[in-house]
Design a protein around this ligand. Sequence first.
Ligand SMILES: [Zn+2]
Length: 119
Amino acid sequence: MKFWEDVSKTATDAANYTVKKAGEFTNVAKLRYRLHIAETKLACTYEGIGRLYYSAVMDGDETMEAISDLMADVAEINAEVEDIKAKIEETKNKRVCPKCGAEIAPGSTYCNKCGEKLE
Ligand SMILES: [Zn+2]
């Protein structure tokens, strides 16, 4: 399944890029980015199921196993999406350093990690 390998590679590259740029993102922004990747993966997986189902109907039952595999992927990615959404809600109310993204204890004037002065 070439299309799926391409999608996976794109998602992996994006994830690696996110890790590299981690210091420039807030935690919520990082989670939103991960959510975007997971949702893109989900959309592509659904599309893959559609294509395979079409082939299965046209050519017989050979592709049914591949469809089952993708359906298992959907369940897995859906769980990941829910997990990331929960983390976003959890993280939203926390203060983070605008410079390094570290979590900030209530009442702090400076970031414990990078020393940035906070407003
Ligand atoms: Zn900081």
